[in-house]
Design a protein around this ligand. Sequence first.
Ligand SMILES: Cc1ncc(COP(=O)(O)O)c(C=O)c1O
Length: 479
Amino acid sequence: MPKRYEIVANYIADQINSGLLKTNERVLSVRQCANELSVSISTVIRGYELLQDRLLIESRPQSGFFVCQQFELPQTPETSKPEQRPVEVNLGKLALKIISSSNNNKLIQLAVALPNIHVPAVAQLNRITAQIAREQSRTNQIITQDNISEYDSPPGNKNLRRKIAQRLLSAGVKAHPDEIVLTTGCQEALVLSLNAVTKAGDTVAVESPNYYGMLQAIEALGLKALEIPTDVKTGISLSALELAIREWPVTACVLAPNYSNPLGSCIPDARKKQLAQMLEKANIALIEDDINAELTYDNHRPVAIKSYDKTGNVLLCSSLSKTLSPGLRVGWVVAGRWLERVQHLKLCNSGANASITTLAAARYLEMGTFDRHLRQMRQYYKRQRDYFLQLASRYFPDDIRTSNPQGGYILWIRLPQGVDGMKLYERALEENIAISPGTLFSVNHQYNHFIRINYGQETIQNLEKAAILLGRLMREMMT
Ligand SMILES: Cc1ncc(COP(=O)(O)O)c(C=O)c1O
């Protein structure tokens, strides 16, 4: 639940962001606001302090509070133009280095795609987990159902699969719980799916730039990646994909149609249908990464491509890592016509999931508070996006370009001419700020003039500190 002063801040912020209150216009006085919202004067003062921290209002001596100048947002980067031929992937150890920095408390962490976990829903989940462990801690008690000391063998906890099937209805997907296989996070779901539909040496079409975990999975399975031009707003280019699958022997296509990583792009629904049909006709399996879809900012999650799947050609992968807790490691795949193969591979790969986390996730979802949590997180990430885009306009050099995602919490930034993403990454790390260099997101290392940052996890004070430093480093590197 947002605190009272946050409600005040959001009330005014919404008026500014919707254009109701314009630059230099006076904001309600503290007393008027307290009356209007039926809160105390001190609550309004705290709310207005927060708005000043977020660079939305400023105080003018003896005059009151006014809307700050809102900087014009940076332009978005152009559609990518990757080299379009299948290539073997060799990403090296950089991804591991970046991921292992996520536990370093000294860093302002903008590198790893972690959600904000300091929220009531995660505390609630942790209490449920502790309660399950307590219930089953008595040695003389025989537990016949959902025993956390037993294997949760594939396809995994039935109650959790039922809850996932229910949630999928809002994505337009009607899946029976028995069509769902639980996995250790979305990463395992993606790897099992790739493994199920390809053999070593095959070519996989991917969005460019792409989530490096996917590129690493392609590398580990001995596959080749064929990067396809992708637009920062509307996702993969259908015409480029069509040409590519005519020219090359593509076996599978991997896409994150809803708020992709790192672009944050979202494929329009009509194109999703076209895509499903095109790949079905060409007999190319589609692995759909749906992990960020529920983090939409407009409260209606976009449909999944799987919703247009008539023949089981789409394998839909997701998890609770971005919406709730990455440490839970609860993921799933709706495996279409590869269901049996995926179940078998799950057994070979990790045998089963951790029983306590699947049980805790099932009980958490059964409580019915997840949608409220999601509504709050969507608003929170949207505010964080608006704030970081203002910071970028204010502190970064003029010729940067940024994505403007409508969901999730990842920003893709094209650096000014002459600034190298890898050098910026190294210099920022020396100053205890972690970012992801763009080179990680392609097999051809072609996004070296980009970085990716996570605006969802850090406090607004840390975001401002990081933006000031990154802006200074960029300017130093330009000269
Ligand atoms: C697009 C995308 N897919 C999959 C994953 C892996 O998710 P999980 O932590 O559930 O394994 C991530 C994690 O960052 C991601 O960003």
